[in-house]
Design a protein around this ligand. Structure first.
Ligand SMILES: [Zn+2]
Length: 467
């Protein structure tokens, strides 16, 4: 069975068929860098990471773009109240965001375009000119340029809104607005005092882009007019993704996105997360309390992305003990596997079941169920001395392939003694600048399923599946 996803656009589960396999063009709305991202944001980014890792495990080459919104209503407001210039202010939160991605073991996107880069500002202006040329965009008395909604009858289709039932409310200049106040939205905002020194020259005078055109410009610039998968949180559906469709398709005449995947809400202790309710957490708040990145990753990833996730401290403790069970299992298998080199008689059936669960609209609870079944079953066999070293090696290999999607491995992997001796020998070879021997030992480690990287802190080793 091919991979299937629930497409927000059609509200049905569809078979996944990218435009030009094995390439998958994927666009994910990134953070607005006006503050540290909170765990609700990270739920979406962790889901997108699992999605990419699984597609890669299935042989696709994923080109993922994640944008950084570094100019919009919120970034300007917060940079002004902090007294810092916009670029200096957003740089801090961009850096923090990249640190947070590493903490959560999220693979970096191929591109992280930022809206204020000259190349993208130019592209935004070009798109707005094109829309204006076709009578779809117009400059209003306030100097701003708006998208004429009446020229795009499909508006509202992604969010499944019936426009006939909504009373249009004229023009909206805010980046975010409610479904009830549907109306022409801003593409280019004329400079006003609140913008301070933020602004770019354009055919419509000094101003700045609206949030929605930023994504249309960066997505089509880096990925072309047609994208396979576009992701985001459910909050992005309206108005942001509706606007992205309207702008992009009006410019290119092509269907912008094939599959829209949206991650459901995150609640904390059963309530909507908010600063006033005292249940608002950034990733940093949680790591400061002693939770590790992989524990938080586990807690965020382990509920199917289309279900609301109730994030609790009991849930985090559950993640901690689930990871401890995995670590204990891996270490027991590693001891049994030893260094003996004999083929296994046991086929690795769970590998298939695990991947098939993820093929089914990223059914993570099903996939984790298969992992814990394998753990229970192999403990039972080890208790009865019915598992051979070769079986243990096969199971470790299965675990490594699961882990490519999950990224749940222990911080410091349990390294068996024969592997440790190879590492020590390599360390010595490097010490005496014997690079040929060092490379040979690296290859020997790779053949045994261990990837070694040389870092400032010395050799770093990770377990990799042996192909
Ligand atoms: Zn976006």
């Amino acid at each position: 069975m091919p991979i299937r996803f629930f497409n927000t656009y059609t509200r049905t589960v569809e078979e996944f068929a990218p435009i030009a396999p094995p390439l998958v063009k994927m666009y994910t709305c990134g953070p607005t860098v006006y503050n540290y991202a909170h765990i609700g944001n990270f739920r979406a980014y962790v889901f997108e990471d699992l999605l990419q890792r699984h597609m890669e495990a299935r042989g696709y080459k994923v080109h993922r773009v994640m944008n950084l919104t570094d100019v919009d209503d919120k970034t300007i407001r917060n940079s002004r109240s902090s007294g810092e210039p916009l670029d200096q202010f957003t740089r801090r939160f961009k850096d923090a965001f990249f640190d947070d991605l590493r903490t959560l073991r999220i693979e970096p996107a191929a591109d992280f375009p930022a809206a204020t880069e000259p190349r993208y500002i130019e592209r935004m202006i070009e798109m707005i000119r094109q829309l204006e040329h076709h009578g779809i965009a117009y400059q209003a008395e306030d100097g701003s340029v708006y998208f004429r909604l009446s020229r795009f009858p499909e508006y509202g289709r992604l969010a499944h809104l019936n426009l006939d039932e909504l009373r249009p409310s004229g023009r909206i200049s805010n980046d975010e607005y409610e479904k009830e106040s549907i109306g022409d939205f801003a593409l280019w905002k004329a400079w006003d005092e609140a913008d301070g020194d933020v602004g770019w020259d354009s055919p419509w005078g000094r101003g700045r882009p609206g949030w929605h055109i930023e994504c249309s410009a960066m997505a089509t610039d880096l990925l072309g007019p047609e994208i396979d998968i576009h992701c985001g949180g459910v909050d992005n559906i309206f108005p942001h993704h509706e606007a992205e469709i309207a702008q992009s398709e009006s410019c290119t005449g092509k269907k912008f996105v094939r599959y829209w995947l949206h991650c459901a809400h995150l609640m904390v202790q059963g309530q909507k997360m908010s600063k006033s309710a005292g249940n608002y957490y950034t990733l940093r708040d949680l790591t400061a309390q002693g939770w590790t990145g992989r524990e938080i990753r586990y807690a965020l990833i382990s509920v199917n992305y289309r279900l609301p996730l109730n994030f609790t401290f009991e849930g985090l403790a559950g993640a901690r003990s689930a990871l401890a069970r995995i670590d204990e299992w891996v270490s027991r298998l590693t001891k049994l596997a030893g260094s003996e080199n004999r083929a296994s008689a046991h086929p690795v059936a769970q590998r298939t079941a695990f991947d098939e669960a993820l093929d089914d609209d990223l059914n993570i609870s099903g996939a984790l169920g298969h992992l814990f079944d394998a753990i229970r079953e192999s403990h039972r066999l080890m208790d009865q001395s019915e598992l051979t070293p070769a079986d243990a090696r096969a199971l470790l290999n299965t675990w490594r392939s699961f882990n490519q999607a999950l990224a749940f491995e222990a911080e410091a992997p349990t390294v068996p003694s024969n592997i440790q001796s190879l590492l020590d020998a390599r360390q010595a070879a490097r010490g005496s600048k014997n690079w040929a021997e060092s490379d040979r030992l690296r290859d020997e480690l790779a053949a045994a399923g261990w990837e070694v990287k040389d870092t400032k802190e010395g050799q770093r080793i990770t377990a990799r599946p042996v192909s």
